[in-house]
Design a protein around this ligand. Structure first.
Ligand code: NAI
Length: 285
């Protein structure tokens, strides 16, 4: 693998993903300096105090003009506007990518860049935590990154962006934005809708004056860990992948309805088959 070497990395949105990317780059000595920009400024200040970035930057213009590799890692609905602004300032020697969890905006966003030097990506690695203090250098190690290709994507920059995500420890697969968003609706976005809904459905229930949630054990904890994720980030994801998420929820509701009927009818063998085939599918994946 040819590891790219850069002069200056610019991170726009220094939260979990941006900070982890910066830390992975620094650890592997892939650039000389790291600049960070965040809307509120607070997370960039924090990232600077923690030594994750070398300098807090106050404008997208400065990042665009001063960096040769830029990663945008802000909530999904904010990414297109940031890319549009960034495209005004980057030269052909700068490579731009992003880590957003939904990719349908890429088709338009690519058109902002006259040198075609933006290529979208989604590192499938994360936690329910957010902010720069949650970042760690090994977050991406051994995980899959989807890099998206459209009919307008430049092969030259696609190759560079693949190398960049590989250089922070990821295995890369290339798909279209449409395929990415359909798949993610089922394996990432729908589980979050269910986890948040489960937590919502029991949050106010009381038992003997105590919160029912206090009695929850490992199963409930495992299932709702992801509902501790950032509300802003997931609001953006559900809305930006609306059609696919609604379809995945419909499919899930059908399965739940099926199981409900089997329980209503006390159909022991059907329930067993349902549970066993689900378990097998997970073990065989
Ligand atoms: P985070 O909440 O930890 O960090 C987001 C950062 O963006 C914060 O520093 C915030 O100040 C900044 N920000 C918000 N709006 C901004 C704007 N308009 N301009 C500049 N900065 C802005 O979020 P996290 O988890 O790092 O997610 C970032 C992106 O990565 C999202 O698009 C998310 O979908 C994606 N992603 C998240 C994963 C996860 O497990 N957390 C996994 C893979 C991708």
């Amino acid at each position: 693998m040819n590891e790219p070497r850069f002069n200056r990395l610019g991170v726009i949105g220094v939260g979990l993903i941006g900070a982890s990317f910066a830390l992975a780059f620094r650890e592997r000595k892939l650039c000389k300096e790291i600049w960070g920009y965040s809307l509120s400024g607070n997370s960039a200040i924090k990232a600077s105090e923690l030594g994750i970035i070398d300098r807090k930057i106050d404008t997208i213009k400065e990042i665009g003009e001063g960096c040769d590799i830029i990663v945008v890692s802000t909530p999904v609905l904010t990414i297109p506007d940031i890319l549009r602004e960034l495209s005004l300032y980057v030269s052909k020697d700068t490579i731009v990518t992003d880590g957003g969890s939904v990719k349908n905006f890429v088709i338009n966003a690519e058109k902002f860049f006259k040198y075609k030097n933006y290529v979208g990506a989604h590192p499938i690695a994360g936690t329910e935590k957010s902010g720069p203090e949650a970042g760690f250098s090994s977050l991406f190690d051994g995980s899959l990154c989807i890099v998206v290709e459209t009919k307008n994507t430049s092969k030259k920059y696609l190759k560079r962006v693949v190398q960049i995500w590989e250089s922070v420890g990821m295995t890369v697969e290339i798909t279209s934005p449409e395929t990415h968003d359909e798949i993610m609706a089922y394996v990432s976005h729908m589980p979050h809708t269910i986890s948040f809904s489960l937590a919502f459905s029991v949050k106010d229930k009381l038992y003997n004056g105590k919160k029912l949630i206090k009695y929850a054990g490992g199963g409930f904890r495992d299932f709702t860990r992801i509902a501790k994720s950032d509300a802003r980030m997931w609001t953006d994801i559900f809305l930006s992948n609306k059609g696919n998420v609604l379809k995945a929820i419909d499919d899930f509701q059908k399965s739940l309805e099926e199981l409900k009927k089997m329980i209503e009818n006390s159909s022991e063998s059907d329930i067993f088959k349902f549970l066993d085939s689900s378990k097998r599918a997970l073990l065989e994946r």
